[in-house]
Each structure stands twice: as structure tokens, then as C-alpha cells.
Design a protein around this ligand. Structure first.
Ligand code: ACO
Length: 376
């Protein structure tokens, strides 16, 4: 049976009227609050775009500095959260630890303030989640790996402190700049599954901690944010099986088995280049020297992209170059998707706020194909 009104996966269905962002596939632009995201990545910083998303205006340098300071002042988490991380089973996955951590944070809010859906209250809670998420992501991961905690250093910048906590030492300027660009590239992207999850939860007038917790669960999946980790594992598998020499054969065999190639394809721009991927691929050769195998990985990157274009007419999405960029700056693979989530909090929070500003409960219907008239 086919149903004209049913769109599997809600493909093409309009779920919201928004002033936050839009994927203009005709102009190959990702519009974020009126700006082209690619220009924002090139000319501004993560902090500035996060501010733009939360407060609907691009800040001056001074305002951005103040905003970063207020985020760093909120970056520490309660001691009981470090205990919570130590109690987690070592089999816990990093995204699940982050999900638990963000959910746990809700308990520290005054109950009335937690449920306050005003823009002011939502902005204040969003700032706390944005500030604390990197501390939760990195230190829950550290606990799972049996590594000592590295508490946030409020003297550092947001991206700088993020890598500092991951590595336990001050990062280089290249590492900070690369992470800042990755965070900005990931910051907001219209209505992906995780943003939809936030909107659906927010529409019940539930709180922002719950809404963002649902987004963590959504983003974890390999068809969504988890693709960056899966793409890196594929690069490393190609390398271990013979590298450049076998890369084409490896992909052709996967396609023959009808396997999905992770980091390729996108519901909105399936047959077009994701502008973020187009920009970020140029950073790969520049950073290849940071790993002995970097130059070969950069070649494998190109080979796989060419085979995918030739065989399927499908292009890389942002996860494909970002996976390799993370690897080149020595970020552990288990943290790829948690970092993606942290970067996206500014966008998710903007959607939560906008949903509460003009709310109607999400409650769709179904086509029923089950039985009827049975009796117990
Ligand atoms: N590798 C191989 N073939 C693909 C891929 C891929 N990565 N993506 C799409 N296709 C093919 C499908 O096999 C299908 O071909 P067919 O019509 O011959 O059967 C066609 O393209 C349409 O694919 P669908 O899966 O139906 O497209 P959908 O819009 O539902 O899925 C998705 C989009 C999930 C992103 C898909 O492209 C995919 O699975 N990609 C790999 C995972 C990935 O990289 N996800 C990250 C998305 S971006 C992000 O979240 C940051």
C-alpha cells in the first residue's frame, strides 16, 4: 500500500517556522540567523556564533570576551558529578555518560526555575549547560578509561580548555584553532533528528535539560552524529588492510554489499556537497604532518570521496572531514560524537527557546495497519 500523505522519515515535511537557521540547497548555503555559516567559520569564532544563536546578534569582540568569561566561570561541575562518573560501569559508552551527566545536572536547579519556560530562564539554563558540557564529556570519558580527572581551567578560552581537559596539558595554537573551527562547523544545522527531538520534548513544556538529554541519545546514532566515529574507524581499517593500495577496492566491496559508507550522504543535500565538508577538507593536507600516517590518510580521504562520487553520485557530509581532523589533532575517537554534541548545544538551546516562545504540542497521527475487532 502506498499512502500519499505519509512521508517515511518525515522527508520534506515542514516541522517548524524558525528564525534560527536554514539549509538553502539552491544557493548551497547554511544560513544561521541571517549569516552564511561558512563565512562565520572563516571569520569569527565558536564563542561569537554561540552568542549569535542564543541572543540573536553577533557580539562585539568585547561582548564575546565577556560571554566566554561567563561560560568559563560556569565550567566547573559539582563534586558529586565526579563521583557519579566514577560509579559508572566501565562498559558505559561516552555518549551515554554525557547523556547521564546532562540529565543529572537538572537536579541542581531550583524546581520552579527548572520548569520556567520564559526566554530569560531558558537562556540562563542554556548558558550553564553550554559551559558544563565539555567538563562532563571529557571527565566522564576519563573516568571510564581509568584516567585522572582534569578540572576546567577558567583562565583558558572555551576551545582551549576543552582540549586542555582532553590532553591534560596546554594545547598548541593549531589544535585550538582546529577545534574552534570544528565546533563552529557543527554548531547548528536546521532540523536534524537531534534538533527535532529537542523541539518535540520542549513542546510538552518540559525543561531544557530533558530536551538536550534526548538530543544526546539521538545524536549518538551512526546515521547521525555517530557517523564521525564510524568514518574514522573506516579510515583506520583501510589503513590496516593496505592503505592507499586497497582503498578503492575496499569501498567498491562495501557498496556491492549495500553497506552505507559513513560520512557520506545527507537527507537534505544527498546529491550535493555539504558546504561544511567542502570548506573543512582543505584543512586536512595542512594538518597531515601532525601524524606519521597523516599524508596517507589524506590520500585515502580523496580516493574514497572520488569513488563515492563516481559510483553513487553521493558527497561527503561534515562528519567525513571532521573525523580526520579530530584524528590529526590527536582527539580520542570515543570523544568525537560527545564533542559534536557539546558544540551543538548552542543551536539546540536556541531551538528549545524558540519552541517555548511559540509553542504547540507535537502530536502526529499514524496509518494503522494492525488488526481490529479482536477480543481477549
Ligand atoms: N553510502 C552508500 N549509499 C548511500 C549512503 C552512504 N553513506 N547514503 C545514502 N546512500 C544511498 C542509499 O543506499 C540509497 O540508495 P538506493 O536508493 O539505491 O537504495 C539512497 O542513497 C538514499 O539513501 P537513504 O538512506 O534512503 O537516505 P536518507 O535520506 O534516509 O539517509 C543518511 C540519509 C542517513 C544521512 C544516509 O545518507 C546515511 O546513512 N549516511 C551515512 C551515515 C552518515 O554519514 N550520517 C551523518 C549524517 S550528517 C550528520 O548527522 C552530521
Amino acid at each position: 500500500m502506498s499512502y500519499p500523505n505519509y512521508k517515511p522519515g518525515l522527508e520534506g515535511v515542514i516541522a517548524a517556522i524558525t528564525k534560527i537557521s536554514y539549509l538553502d540547497t539552491e544557493k548551497e548555503q547554511i544560513i544561521v540567523r541571517g549569516y552564511d555559516l561558512i563565512e562565520l567559520i572563516e571569520k569569527t569564532s565558536y564563542i561569537k556564533v554561540a552568542y549569535l544563536l542564543l541572543y540573536n546578534r553577533l557580539p562585539s569582540d568585547e561582548q564575546a570576551k565577556e560571554f566566554e568569561k561567563s561560560l568559563m566561570a560556569e565550567a566547573e561541575i559539582p563534586d558529586s558529578m565526579y563521583q557519579l562518573f566514577s560509579l559508572m560501569p566501565k562498559t558505559t559508552q561516552a555518549m551515554d555518560a554525557l547523556r547521564t551527566g546532562i540529565s543529572f545536572l537538572a537536579g541542581y536547579e531550583d524546581p520552579d526555575f527548572l520548569m520556567d519556560t520564559s526566554t530569560k530562564a531558558n537562556e540562563a539554563k542554556a548558558l550553564k549547560i553550554l559551559a558544563k558540557a565539555p567538563t562532563i564529556a571529557v571527565n566522564s570519558y576519563r573516568a571510564l578509561k581509568g584516567m585522572p580527572f582534569v578540572r576546567p581551567n577558567r583562565e583558558l578560552g572555551y576551545a582551549e580548555n576543552f582540549i586542555y581537559m582532553i590532553k591534560g596539558e596546554k594545547p598548541t595554537a593549531t589544535e585550538v584553532d582546529t577545534l574552534d573551527k570544528i565546533l563552529t562547523a557543527y554548531i547548528e544545522h536546521e532540523m536534524p533528528n537531534s534538533t527535532f527531538a529537542v523541539r518535540v520534548v520542549a513542546s510538552t513544556l518540559s525543561d531544557i535539560y530533558g530536551a538536550i538529554t534526548s538530543a544526546v541519545a539521538s545524536l549518538k546514532g551512526p546515521l547521525h552524529g555517530g557517523a564521525n566515529e564510524a568514518a574514522m574507524k573506516m579510515f583506520l581499517e583501510v589503513l590496516s588492510l593496505g592503505g592507499v593500495k586497497i582503498a578503492e577496492k575496499y569501498i567498491l566491496e562495501k557498496l556491492a554489499r549495500k553497506d552505507k559508507i559513513m560520512g557520506f550522504g545527507h537527507r537534505v543535500y544527498m546529491k550535493k556537497y555539504d558546504p561544511r565538508a567542502y570548506l573543512l577538507k582543505d584543512y586536512i593536507p595542512k594538518l597531515a604532518h601532525l601524524r606519521p600516517e597523516g599524508a596517507e590518510l589524506a590520500q585515502i580521504y580523496e580516493i574514497i570521496a572520488k569513488v563515492m562520487e563516481r559510483e553513487k553520485g553521493i558527497f561527503p557530509n561534515a562528519d567525513y572531514p571532521i573525523a580526520l581532523l579530530y584524528y590529526l589533532i590527536h582527539i580520542p575517537i570515543d570523544l568525537y560524537t560527545p564533542i559534536f554534541l557539546c558544540s551543538r548545544i548552542a543551536g539546540l538551546a536556541a531551538h528549545h527557546i524558540e519552541q517555548h516562545e511559540n509553542n504547540r504540542l507535537f502530536r502526529p497521527r499514524v496509518i494503522y495497519e494492525g488488526e481490529r475487532d479482536l477480543h481477549p
